[in-house]
Design a protein around this ligand. Structure first.
Ligand SMILES: [Zn+2]
Length: 252
């Protein structure tokens, strides 16, 4: 089963009303025989101590179900946002789980309004999650990590050494919540562009390429344990601003 991203894009899933996506993702997991739990808000997850975690969000900022225009590997909407942010990340996570069903994962809700992961027992597991890959960055090559305080540097360097991801800064994502619990993480580009606008589009080649990069990261890093993000107090706001700044209240 290769999941067709267009099936997901046509499911309307604004924040707080992700039920169509929750049904879609749980159906896929059932077919793949991947076990999971669902929080009462719709967050779908499985956490295995000692394993890496993948994370993507199911809600979008779309005003209505998109009418898709497909041009070879490019998918856009007819004057509408298509919700490729973050259905590209959901697609990569589902396809990865198809090959590796024993990974930890989270499909979150309410990310676009800054209220995701509120019902997860993260504190209980934070020390046992070796690292997290958040799949929710636009473009092709960004690795948002240390400059956003998502890891202490060791995880980002390890990923840069084996992929063509480059360090960047970015705005709010589930990586802020995960790293806030001490879990070292990165937010990686997954192939969507112009998110939150009516010009949003996705490049399937970049999405598929990102799936391969995630596989390589998991192959090479395996269950390696990275330094906890428990104390970022040595990173001043000035230091962070030097690398492009943090924009609060704006969500990817
Ligand atoms: Zn996003």
């Amino acid at each position: 089963m290769r999941h067709d991203i267009r099936d997901m894009l046509t499911l309307h899933s604004p924040s707080g009303y992700e039920v169509l996506m929750v049904d879609y993702v749980t159906n896929c997991l059932d077919k793949m025989r991947v076990p999971y739990d669902v929080c009462h808000d719709g967050t779908i997850y499985a956490i295995y101590p000692g394993r890496p975690l993948l994370s993507a969000h199911m809600d979008t900022v779309c005003e209505r179900p998109p009418e898709l225009i497909v041009n070879n590997d490019m998918i856009m909407g007819r004057d509408c946002c298509i919700g490729a942010d973050d259905k590209c990340g959901v697609w990569i996570t589902l396809n990865t789980l198809q090959q590796r069903s024993d990974l930890s994962f989270i499909f979150s809700v309410n990310e676009e309004i800054g209220q995701s992961l509120t019902n997860l027992p993260l504190t209980r597991y934070a020390n046992d999650i070796c690292y997290a890959l958040v799949l929710d960055r636009c473009g092709k090559q960004d690795l948002i990590g240390r400059y956003n305080g998502y890891n202490t540097g060791d995880l980002g360097r390890a990923i840069q050494a084996i992929t063509d991801y480059h360090p960047a800064t970015g705005v709010y994502s589930d990586a802020d919540i995960l790293s806030g619990q001490g879990i070292p993480c990165v937010n990686l580009s997954v192939g969507y562009y112009g998110h939150h606008t009516r010009q949003e589009y996705l490049d399937k080649r970049v999405m598929v390429y990102s799936l391969r990069r995630v596989a390589r990261i998991l192959d090479v890093l395996g269950d390696r344990y990275f330094q906890r993000v428990s104390d970022m107090s040595d990173m001043s706001e000035d230091y962070l601003w030097d690398y492009g700044g943090i924009i609060r209240g704006y969500y990817t």
